[in-house]
Design a protein around this ligand. Structure first.
Ligand SMILES: Nc1ncnc2c1ncn2[C@@H]1O[C@H](COP(=O)(O)OP(=O)(O)O)[C@@H](O)[C@H]1O
Ligand SMILES: [Mg+2]
Length: 323
């Protein structure tokens, strides 16, 4: 860390992310974070998860210096690769996209070796402990009726009670394989078989929330505090609000209920070192707490909302300065 007159500092940052050539810079939150870091004079080194190595007790990565530009088709320049001990960085941004699988879990184990001396955002052990659709189950008053199982009898009982339900994978993302089943839908049996054959783990059965028509709100919390929000309204012919499925971003304010949700879960996030979190709320019900690589901060800024990337770096800089 290098201090400049006036108290500002230059940090060395390593970003663990998916291949940078493939990201959609218009929507990618990581890219927004990198642009802001560069603007502040922080030095960025880039690596993909396959360049991590745990050798005895030390963690190494083969990294490349990275420059970013907000220019479609020409958004980055990489320098020469070098093998570096990860503990020499001030900050590691863990920004790997799902799937949240054993590869992901393995990299959290490796990063755990350098945290918190090197500040890993988010705390890798806590990321591992907080799969987005399981973590919400800690807040039963905030979430819709939800069941996680692969047991047919359990699902049938839940369905009889709630009628209209949604079935979705536990570790899914981007709206993949999210189904709505009405009370009398005869496809239930086949869909059950398909889920049972496809997934080894339990999956999610949830009460269908008709308010989804008005959107699934992504709310960003930085170090446990509300930082910005964007509503995502599904296309007329789709259940799913995800922008990759044709959902459209709309600017939005928090309702009193949504503020209450933020105030309730905020302290738990802060305590766990989950500095950058995106929660999803449908009709006033919390459905996901995303701690891996939440999207939305570019959309929030584009719609005239707060600069969440700036808030995140303010927080990280404060933490590194020990304040
Ligand atoms: N219980 C539900 N009621 C109504 N719509 C839902 C429900 N669960 C999911 N959806 C719709 O499906 C989309 C994707 O589901 P989500 O649980 O957010 O999984 P993913 O991790 O794939 O984004 C949501 O944005 C919403 O539009
Ligand atoms: Mg979602």
């Amino acid at each position: 860390m290098q201090r400049f007159p006036g108290g500002s500092m230059s940090l060395t940052i390593a970003v663990q992310m998916d291949p940078i050539e493939r990201i959609n810079i218009r929507g990618d939150s990581t890219f927004a974070l990198l642009l802001e870091a560069q603007k502040r004079g922080h030095r960025i080194a880039y690596y993909t998860p396959d360049r991590l190595a745990l050798r005895d007790a030390r963690v190494f990565a083969t990294v490349q210096p990275l420059k970013v530009r907000d220019q479609l088709g020409d958004h980055f320049t990489l320098g020469e690769p070098a093998r570096v001990e990860l503990a020499t960085f001030d900050v590691v941004l863990l920004r790997q996209d799902p799937p949240f699988d054993l590869a992901y879990i393995t990299s959290t184990h490796m990063l755990e070796r350098v945290h918190p001396k090197t500040l890993v955002v988010n705390d890798p052990a806590q990321v591992r402990n907080a799969p987005e659709k399981i973590f919400v189950m800690e807040f039963p008053d905030l979430m819709p009726p939800t069941l996680i199982t692969r047991d047919l009898a359990e699902i049938k009982t839940f369905r009889a009670e709630h009628g209209d339900i949604v079935m979705k994978p536990l570790y899914g993302h981007g709206g993949g394989a999210v189904f709505r089943l009405t009370r009398d839908d005869l496809n239930f049996g086949s869909l059950y078989d398909m889920f049972a054959n496809t997934f080894r783990e339990a999956w999610v059965i949830q009460k269908f929330l008709p308010e989804v028509r008005d959107g699934d709100k992504r709310i960003i919390l930085v170090d446990g505090e509300y930082a910005g929000a964007v509503n995502r309204v599904p296309a007329v012919d789709d259940l799913r609000s995800n922008m990759v499925r044709g959902g459209s971003p709309k600017d939005t304010q928090l309702t009193p209920r949504e503020s209450e949700i933020c105030e309730t879960i905020g302290p738990a996030l802060k305590e766990r070192g989950l500095l950058f979190v995106g929660i999803d709320v449908i009709g006033g019900w919390l459905t996901e707490i995303n701690v891996t690589s939440p999207t939305g901060i570019r959309a929030i800024k584009n719609l005239g909302g707060p600069d969440v990337a700036a808030l995140i770096w303010d927080k990280i800089e404060k933490k590194r300065a020990g304040r």
